[in-house]
Design a binder for this molecule. Structure first.
Ligand SMILES: Nc1nc2c(ncn2[C@@H]2O[C@H](COP(=O)(O)OP(=O)(O)OP(=O)(O)O)[C@@H](O)[C@H]2O)c(=O)[nH]1
Length: 323
């Protein structure tokens, strides 16, 4: 199961080591200074622990931010063309880039320059000539804050039990995919899956075993998805939703059938199911080629009706319909 970055007491990880472990790669640092010698000095401080990118022009640095998504920016103030303040303001205006913390490293020592930098959106201000230990410690402190805020943002969209995306994220992405499909004319499919006789499972095996069962179902479902655009989420208690962009009815039904099989193959004993000796799921599939006269909610209602039909027909199966 995916590491959600939670400590034993359920709080998000906050120490630098755990945050780096969760990041799973070396942090990316962008150095921007029009003087190559200054860049070189900073490079020597950071190259052992960071993946370092360098730029001597603010406009080039902006493009690098888009391409490489650095975790932190060390920025000089004085540069020909766009200066550091402007670059910082530009970053903070961009929804995709404003999360990158900026630290100014500058020969300016006065409070006015520092205030300007902080007002432009920087998180810290270091005067040159710098002390290597101090710069390293300040970068580490700001990087920890940035990684922790990334982690919190991620957790806000994840389900704590299964590690899948939660309902909130599903709602957002589903609407987005629906609008995208309406623009492109591509088919969009939705699969709703529900564990059969799960109340009886909980009653017989206990709630903790029920939780384990949901985790295993989640993993089995996840393994059935191969395309990067597919989105699986925990939709409700024992219900899962899967959005399949650019997927027609036949494709979606194939995915749903694979999911039904994958869960059955887990062979989790269910002594009180009328659908078999093991845990099974029922699935409802709906596909639409969105057009002006149709709302996203209709796709959900229709998939739900198909799920109901699968339950009524004896469970452990998928029912599908084209809208
Ligand atoms: N262990 C556990 N149980 C949950 C969780 N969320 C929902 N449930 C339980 O899931 C059960 C769902 O029961 P029902 O909606 O009656 O459906 P069902 O028993 O699966 O029956 P059918 O859907 O008709 O096959 C309820 O008992 C909920 O308490 C959870 O996070 N963990």
């Amino acid at each position: 199961m995916e590491d959600l970055g939670l400590t034993a007491d359920g709080a998000p990880a906050h120490d630098h080591g755990s945050l780096l472990r969760l990041l799973g790669r070396r942090p990316r640092l962008l150095l921007v200074d029009d003087q190559p010698l200054n860049i070189q000095a900073l490079y020597q401080v950071f190259s052992a622990d960071y993946q370092v990118f360098m730029s001597t022009h603010a406009s080039q640095a902006l493009a690098l931010c888009r391409d490489r998504q650095p975790d932190l920016l060390l920025l000089d103030v004085e540069m020909p063309g766009m200066d550091g303040y402007e670059l910082c303001r530009e970053l903070k205006r961009s929804p995709d880039l404003r999360g990158i913390p900026v630290i100014f490293v500058t020969a300016h020592q006065d409070a006015e320059a520092e205030t300007r930098g902080l007002e432009a959106g920087a998180v810290d201000f270091i005067s040159k000539p710098f002390n290597a230990g101090v710069v390293r410690a300040r970068v580490k402190a700001q990087l920890s804050l940035k990684l922790q805020s990334d982690l919190l943002r991620r957790l806000a969209f994840l389900d704590g039990l299964t590690g899948l995306y939660n309902r909130r994220h599903f709602d957002e992405r589903f609407e987005l995919e629906f609008q995208r499909a309406r623009r492109t004319g591509a088919p969009l499919s939705l699969v709703l899956a529900d564990v059969d006789f799960f109340k009886r499972y909980n009653d017989h095996y206990g709630h903790l075993a029920g939780d384990d069962c949901l985790r295993r179902v989640a993993l089995a479902l996840k393994d059935c998805l191969k395309r990067p655009g597919d989105l699986l989420s925990r939709y409700g208690g024992e219900e899962f939703a899967c959005v399949l962009p650019e997927t027609d009815l036949a494709g979606a039904l194939a995915v749903a059938t694979g999911m039904e099989q994958a869960v059955r193959e887990q062979q989790m004993a269910h002594a009180h199911s009328d659908a078999g000796a093991e845990v099974t799921i029922s699935l409802g599939v709906a596909c639409v080629q969105p057009h002006a006269g149709i709302e996203s909610a209709q796709l959900i209602t229709t998939a739900d009706e198909q799920l109901y039909r699968a339950k009524a027909q004896g469970r452990a199966r998928a029912c599908a319909i084209q809208l």
